[in-house]
Structure formats: C-alpha cells, structure tokens
Design a protein around this ligand. Structure first.
Ligand code: 5GP
Ligand code: ZN
Length: 115
C-alpha cells in the first residue's frame, strides 16, 4: 500500500502528531479537527475499511476499541466522547485505510445526525 496516506503515516513517511503507538496500532491527531479532541486510531496493517474486515481482524479491532476510552481521557474528554467509523461511499469515507474517529472535548457534541 505504497501510496495510502495512513500507511505512509504509520511508516513515518508523513508526519503526524501521535497520541499512541504499539506494534500493530497507531493513534494520531486529525489534521482538520472537528472538535477540541479529534484522534484517529488505525491498525498499522492496511485494511481499506470496516467492510473488508474478517474474523482475523477481530483481535486488533478489539484492542483498538479498548484503547479508545484511555486515549479519550488523556486528551481532554473527561465526560465522554463519540466514536465514528465512516465506511464506504454511503458512509462518506474519505481515506480508505480503516480508522476510528474519537471526537470530544469539554462540551457536549451536537446530535449525531440531523433529522
Ligand atoms: P474519513 O472521512 O475517511 O472517515 O476521515 C478521514 C480523516 O482523515 C479526516 O477527518 C481528515 O481530516 C483526516 N486526514 C486526512 N489526511 C490526513 C493527514 O495527512 N494527516 C492527518 N493527521 N489526518 C488526515
Ligand atoms: Zn493504508
């Protein structure tokens, strides 16, 4: 996945403000934050989207999920946060390397979707 932007961030070829890193997971601050805290959590292994995940990805997906509250707390989301995984054209996914958004800050977020 030579030209995937998140693979390039994971390889250190494009700079990003890192929030967490281990052998298989990287978290970094979104370049265009929508909320005071806006972090992206990715598997280092290239998976285009949640739609391509299989049971083999269950382990890393679970480890990403349990990281979220700790990362949120460390970044100013003391009273909760929102997670979003945009998937495919209907989900308006922009970057086709699976990522979980953490969104939050000190104040409540707007409703999830407008009616
Ligand atoms: P999506 O719409 O695919 O769920 O979200 C992609 C997110 O990646 C967007 O919020 C966008 O701001 C962020 N993003 C795109 N390119 C870069 C980049 O080069 N660096 C960082 N840190 N975030 C990026
Ligand atoms: Zn990738």
């Amino acid at each position: 996945m030579d030209d995937c932007i998140f693979c390039r961030i994971a390889r250190g070829e494009i700079p990003a403000r890192k929030a967490y890193e281990d052998e298989e997971i990287l978290a970094f601050h979104d370049i265009r934050p929508l909320t005071p805290a806006h972090i992206l959590v990715i598997p280092k292994r290239h998976v285009p989207s949640l739609a391509e995940c299989t049971v083999e990805d269950a382990g890393v997906l679970g480890r990403m999920m349990v990281l979220l509250p700790k990362l949120a707390r460390e970044n100013g989301c003391d009273q909760g946060f929102r997670t979003i995984i945009n998937t495919g054209p209907v989900g308006l996914q922009e970057v086709y390397h699976l990522h979980i958004h953490i969104l939050g800050g000190p104040d409540p977020l707007p409703p999830m979707l407008k009616r």
